[in-house]
Design a protein around this ligand. Sequence first.
Ligand code: PLP
Length: 398
Amino acid sequence: MATQTFSLPKAAARLDRLPPYGFELINRRIGQLTAAGADIIRLDMGSPDMPPPPPVIEMLQRSAQNPKSHGYGGYRGLPAFRKAVAAYYERRFGVQVDADKEVLPLIGSKEGIVNLALAFIDRGDAAIVPDLNYPAYTMGTLMAGGDVILMHLDPARNYEPDLDALREQPELRRAKLLWVNYPNNPTGATCDLALYEKLVAFCREHRLLLCSDNPYAEVVYDGYRAPSALQVEGALECTVEFMSLSKLYNMAGWRLGACLARREVIEALLTIKSNMDSGHFHPIYEAGALALNETPQSWIDARNAIYQARRDVLLAACPSIGLSPFKTSGSLYVWARVEEGDDVAYVQAALEQAHVSLTPGAMYGPAGKGYVRLSISVADERLQEAIARLKAWYSGRA
Ligand SMILES: Cc1ncc(COP(=O)(O)O)c(C=O)c1O
């Protein structure tokens, strides 16, 4: 590289509040190992390995052939997609929303999660974020200049928050948002409607917006059916729910999701978004609408049967690789306690010596220390190969 003679202006102080995204660091090391010829099996990311339903891809192709498909998509997205989201919520959860005023398409739910913080959090405000969490809740809050109040999730309580303990938290009065996510990333913990009833009551009492991040609602096993927070009577007054096609229809790379909330929340988010993006590509909305309207439940059930079998294979393997798993009926992950030593050391050794990449629990919050997360979104034979490598590595440790 040529010597640089120009000294760049200093980057914003905002960046100092943001630790590097955990996956960036993992990706960098995997890149180095791969460049050196290693074959790394990635059980770190929850990116579905199977394709979307074929008619969805056909619709994308058909729509892309249409000369009218290539203009700006509009800030509120395609009406047909909003309608499809509303119809899905009615069909699946019995929840009725106004497709024009109470649904907003997102460029993946991660985008909406971060932008919601920009819409609601000022310096001095806070968001309540579960410890353990999907990192975007924290990062969005920090980017907006706010502070994070961690809400402990205890494995002994099935990773449900202790709202009585939260009530005692002196910083609660600064909080505006309360984030929850079931089926949960990273633990896989699931919940029933009773938890959402308690959360809605709590949020009403403390004037909080309940932010229910629900991308794994259809990634479930053992006959479990995940509820929506919006099923609680009156929830729409104080709740925003995020849904995503990423895991629902194996469309993670397509970047399509939506949020459902009362009109004022949608308008606040739209004020940020309309200054930042200009909607999605028309064929993606059309294919997303078709996925929601026409994918039969049997397609979801068949996909989940494959995940469930992989989950069972991993659960069975855990004891022989020094892990105690937490058995759950949802999400794309197996969450397990490292029996000896520390999660970061375990993950590093598995990557360097077995060439299998996992994520350390500490990446999801302080309560994750001592745990690891293993993803089931890799093909069966790669999963078997990963387990064989981990077993050989673990049994051969000095
Ligand atoms: C809990 C949770 N929320 C949100 C997302 C973001 O999903 P997407 O942006 O693909 O819709 C993920 C992705 O892994 C997730 O695990």
